[in-house]
Design a protein around this ligand. Structure first.
Ligand code: NIG
Ligand code: FE
Length: 406
């Protein structure tokens, strides 16, 4: 057994069986001051006030938190970290005034990443992806969803998903994989979008499922990418093959994506830079977690999701990094949490819940991680001594992690 003692504050305690926080439940982060926590194998066994801390036997390892906080690691429910190289040239194009849509319409953007991925070996792609996984773990993330979507033909989509499977098997973090063949129309199909959707439905999904390579199916349902009708078709085929939907929606326009996602019981609908009352109404009473990606609003200069409106309407929200080479080249969930506070006016407590339990829900791992709960996996951060969780987002550049247990 491992015993963590001298915990200044044990933060993010959630009772067993609570799978997400909605509305003003997001205001609450339960904590115990002056606490201990025990770990058996890789699981949280017990925790409580220091006065109840068990006496260590000779076989126990004692970890001294030195007055720091102990909290669950972040969960990142939306990433595209399996990519080759980078898109620094487009960064310059953006600085010089081109929009994300303009770059894509010129045949750049996602298609540039697809060209690069095509000419990169599986081993090299694995090593680049693992480097990003290690970077993310180092910044406090303990569960990561990773999407395909830079293959855009059957062979290269399978290549990506095989790499993600290797990452799943070898990374210490929990990894979930998502098939995103409908991220853009592959180069060979430009101008023949319906034929590409046919390929996704008739060839890619069956091939991906046959090899057991994906947990989820995703579509970039937005203006200039895939329509709500095409999205519905892909999600239906995905569901028939046993995949759970999780989609990109409402980044570039109010395109009906949220409604299609909810109609297909999507686990999450992600982006949501542009939403109104209709989207909030559609989400009420659903199991779908609205997920906002402030890192891409920051990097692309887009509006930030109206998280407060969602919470005031009684909905939960999750935050994720969207780590990818085009719209959010960072997987720093602490920065995401800070953007949630500074740009979306979330309280530190709301942002904390959005980056832990609700993000775990948005990637289907809420029974395993995302909170301090007996029986959950002990993917934990020990922080430097902090007065509360507010300095994590207030001093958003000051190193705050003293030890990672994963
Ligand atoms: O979530 N919006 C669509 N897909 C990604 C960007 C992918 C890319 O540009 O490489 C996103 O922002
Ligand atoms: Fe994305």
């Amino acid at each position: 057994m491992r015993i963590i003692k001298n915990i200044g504050q044990l933060v993010g305690i959630v009772p067993q069986g609570v799978s997400r926080k909605v509305g003003h439940q997001m205001d609450e982060v339960r904590s115990i001051p002056d606490a201990f926590l025990t770990i058996e194998g890789d699981t949280i066994k017990d925790f409580g006030h220091s006065s109840e801390c068990p006496v260590a036997s000779s076989s126990d390892e004692v970890i001294d938190a030195a007055g720091g906080m102990v909290m669950p690691m972040f969960c990142d429910s939306h990433t595209h970290i399996c990519y080759a190289g980078s898109r620094e040239q487009e960064f310059i194009d953006k600085i010089n005034g081109l929009s994300y849509e303009e770059i894509a319409a010129r045949g750049g953007g996602i298609l540039n990443s697809a060209d690069l991925l095509h000419s990169t070996s599986e081993d090299e792609l694995y090593s680049q992806t693992m480097e990003r996984v290690r970077e993310m773990i180092g910044k406090g993330t303990g569960a990561i969803e990773i999407k395909s979507g830079y293959g855009l033909n059957t062979e290269d989509e399978l290549k990506m998903l095989r790499v993600i499977k290797r990452v799943k098997e070898s990374a210490p973090a929990i990894v979930k994989s998502t098939f995103l063949g409908a991220h853009a129309v592959g180069r060979a199909f430009v101008g023949r979008q319906e034929e590409y959707v046919d390929l996704v439905c008739k060839e890619m999904i069956p091939a991906v499922v046959k090899e057991g390579l994906a947990d989820y199916v995703d579509v970039f349902c937005d203006e200039g990418f895939f329509t709500p009708e095409q999205t519905a078709r892909i999600l239906e085929i995905g569901v028939n093959h046993g995949l759970i939907p999780k989609i990109h929606a409402n980044e570039l326009a109010c395109s009906g994506g949220v409604q299609v996602g909810v109609a297909h019981d999507a686990l999450s609908v992600d982006h949501l830079e542009r939403t109104g009352e209709t989207e909030i109404e559609a989400l009420k009473g659903s199991k779908t977690m609205p997920t906002m990606l402030p890192g891409s609003s920051f990097f692309l200069g887009l509006p930030y999701g109206k998280a407060k409106d969602f919470i005031n309407a009684g909905l939960g929200i999750a935050l994720a990094s969207d780590y990818n080479p085009g719209s959010s080249p960072s997987g720093d969930m602490r920065f995401v949490m800070a953007l949630g506070c500074v740009k979306m006016r979330l309280t530190p407590e709301q942002a904390f819940n959005a980056c832990t339990l609700n993000a775990a829900y948005a990637m289907g791992v809420q029974d395993e991680v995302g909170s301090i709960t007996k029986g959950k996996r002990a993917n934990l951060l020990i922080t430097k001594p902090l007065s509360s969780i507010a300095p994590i987002t207030y001093n958003y550049q000051t190193p705050f992690i003293s030890r990672i247990i994963i």
